[in-house]
Write a protein that binds this ligand. Sequence first.
Ligand code: MD3
Ligand code: FE
Length: 203
Amino acid sequence: MRNQLHSGFDFYPAYLDRAAQEALLATLAPLIERAPFFRPTMPKTGKAFSVEMTNLGPLGWVSDKGGGYRYQATHPVTGQAWPAIPQVLLDLWQGVANYPVLPQACLVNLYRDGAKMGLHVDGDEQDRAAPVVSISLGDSAIFRLGGAERGGPTSSLKLSSGDVVVLGGASRDFYHGIDRVLSGSSTLVPGGGRINLTMRVVG
Ligand code: MD3
Ligand code: FE
């Protein structure tokens, strides 16, 4: 079932069933062992994110005090190339993205207790026509979506394990964030919490 909530914003609740969620997590586990979660820091202030991150694919999104927001080919701690994006994720992209180019980056966000993500626009990708595809795993989260201007009206949507969102069209440039994660709402992720995957064409 596809739910078009805004122009270009497609919500697929329960796109992945429990078995598919478990299989995806099992596919991700050895990749995350090779490219462990790190905690990005804010440009200039160096303040730590509450979300931990890692990446898959030829490029990965990173941020630190000195270098700011950017995509790079290597893990900021290990110095190694990111693991490849698994075929099951590329197949999912091809099933929902409606875009003729494959993603170069899959950002993996880990929300443990109390982690959240403030309202922001994803602006570090040159290809603004390509959608972002998001997959939620584990605890449910309260997602907030605004418009193209900071300070405009927003709405919120609960994202649960297995949900897929395609952010294309105008919504690609909309403000969005994660207000909070509902701790203990899922048993999927070992140790608890939420994992969000976002696949991106960098440009
Ligand atoms: C709306 N992640 O990594 S995914 C991010 O759940 C990010 O971890 C959130 O925002 C998370 O940048 C939200 C859904 C999402 C992703 C990209 C978008 C919504 C978006 C880009 C434009 C508009
Ligand atoms: Fe974002």
